[in-house]
Design a protein around this ligand. Structure first.
Ligand SMILES: NC(=O)c1ccc[n+]([C@@H]2O[C@H](COP(=O)([O-])OP(=O)(O)OC[C@H]3O[C@@H](n4cnc5c(N)ncnc54)[C@H](OP(=O)(O)O)[C@@H]3O)[C@@H](O)[C@H]2O)c1
Length: 261
């Protein structure tokens, strides 16, 4: 029997890397996408050795439209269709919007919003034809309130959470699930790439990427529209949903801008 096939963007590190491992363990074959070919090749070799997973490597910079189109074409290919798209590649920028270089803010929107939207759109026809599988869009706890100190990042993730839930509802009854995954602080390369010193964030706020993936896969298998991993994140998301944004945006600003006196 052929194994189900998942495509994971941003599989070379962090949450995407953990998704690749978690999906291989669950019997998926994989298409892994990121810019760093050496890391993707090493991942493919490891998964082939540990789980006999067939892994296809696509090196793509999802900030380059031509390379996004290559991944779109793979998703639209009906010969060996993708059953699960994990739209995970993303990055954040930290600082006051007025001080941040505009080009990088625009790239953040291009990767976190535009590429993600294009890839989900490309994946849906095959999924709908087979009436199975779906898309996990990796959003963030930052999506639940404005996030002064990383305002663009929070706005991109608010888009992802909203789009995912809207499309989830549109697809009700089709057999296809779209889910937003909203992790909180997760131990990956994310903070380092954003140039943030996260040493003062208390240990209890952090999750491992594998924990996030376990929550995600459980929620996805139940057909959920939204996955907020863990009780602490769920309580925080609940707080944001009942409090006015005059309060939540100040709290978020205090957390993000903690070194910014
Ligand atoms: N870590 C957290 O605390 C946290 C919390 C909430 C949400 N998230 C979200 O989780 C997702 C994954 O982040 P992470 O924490 O795992 O970060 P990470 O460890 O920095 O991994 C980011 C991944 O995205 C890939 N990527 C970055 N730019 C890319 C580009 N232009 N084209 C293709 N791939 C690109 C990177 O691969 P290459 O460098 O090889 O291209 C890498 O595999 C992101 O959407 C992030 O917003 C993270």
């Amino acid at each position: 029997m052929t194994r189900p096939l998942a495509l994971v963007t941003g599989a070379s590190a962090g949450i995407g890397h953990a998704f690749a491992h978690g999906l291989a363990q669950r019997g998926y074959d994989l298409v892994v996408v990121a810019r760093d070919t050496a890391r993707l090749d090493a991942l493919a070799k490891e998964l082939q050795a540990t789980h006999a997973t067939n892994v296809e490597v696509i090196t793509a910079d999802l900030l380059q439209i031509v390379q996004v189109e290559t991944v779109e074409a793979r998703l639209a290919d009906g010969d060996r269709p993708i059953e699960l798209l994990v739209n995970n590649a993303g990055f954040g920028t930290i600082g006051k919007f007025k001080d941040l270089p505009l080009d990088r803010e625009v790239q953040e929107i291009e990767l976190n919003v535009i590429a993600l939207t294009r890839l989900m759109h490309a994946a849906l026809p095959n999924l709908l034809e087979r009436r199975a599988g779906g898309v996990i869009n990796v959003s963030s706890m930052a999506s639940f309130q404005p996030t002064p100190g990383n305002a663009t990042y929070g706005a991109t993730k608010a888009f992802v959470t909203s789009l995912s839930q809207g499309v989830h509802e549109e697809l009700r009854g089709t057999g296809v699930t779209v889910m937003a995954l909203c992790p909180g602080f997760t131990r990956t390369e994310f903070q380092q790439r954003a140039g943030v010193d996260s040493t003062d964030i208390p240990d209890f706020l952090w999750q491992e990427a594998t924990t996030v993936v376990d929550y995600a896969m459980k929620a996805f298998s139940k057909g959920k529209a939204l996955c907020v991993p863990g009780p602490l994140n769920q309580a925080t998301a609940g707080f944001s949903s009942v409090m006015p944004s005059t309060v939540t945006r100040r709290v978020a600003g205090l957390i993000v801008g903690r070194g910014d006196k």
